[in-house]
Write a protein that binds this ligand. Sequence first.
Ligand code: PAF
Length: 273
Amino acid sequence: MQALADRLRAERRIVFVPTMGFLHEGHLSLIRIARNAGDVVVVSIFVNPTQFGPGEDFQEYPRALDRDLALAEKEGADIVFTPSEAELYPEGFETYVHLERLPRHLCGLSRPVFFRGVATVVTKLFHIVKPHAAVFGEKDYQQVMVVKKMVRDLNMDVEIIAGPTVREPDGLAMSSRNSYLSKEQRRSALSLRKALIEAQQMVSSGERSSARIVSAAKDSIASFPETDIDYIRIFDPETLEDRKEINGPVRMALAVRVGSTRLIDNDLLNPAR
Ligand code: PAF
């Protein structure tokens, strides 16, 4: 992959879409963005063990390589890079990329190794694929911010492009983990989107207190069966620090366990909307 990237890079703009596979419309939208942003689209498929903590779903994470290859090709990917675990993490691997501040919020609190694993594997993949630009989905808002910060801090010469969240017709954010949900849980999963819409409605009708909006969101989600809230936060879109008052555009993000499946979603809250 490195030798190929060297040859391609000389004359063409490489745009990279890193994924963990089990591709859905959200990933395919990122591939389309990549196609419009450069000449060669590289997609990677690698379920990265270092971003899963003990007791998380690394073993169960859905995998469907043949299906993914067909979908990626149909969408216009030129190269699909599928390294093995032994290739990316050989015996004796001991170098990790760690951010000091951004992971101390949101998902980083309940998934302590997650961002270290993401920052490490994305760095490795950037060194292997040598892209000019890379596309990440905004459903993982904190991940986009972490990758952007890492790229700035470490002078990586890669433009980071964020792709908007793609949703099912009923509003559920697309995720490979939606495949874990039973029919009843699938209904409860809609509570995340519903809470975000209700929050924007409160803001549009003049509510400025984050505490009151978060409290209403908690009640709304708790009214759905099998939901267990990990966090609901309203925060500064850049620093991810909590915002008590909503005096301008802020971001709201939430993580909710539905049964044993942990789902996340986020959106902008804008008083001007
Ligand atoms: O968003 C994902 O699928 C993963 O976190 C990523 C960026 C491919 C790194 O493993």
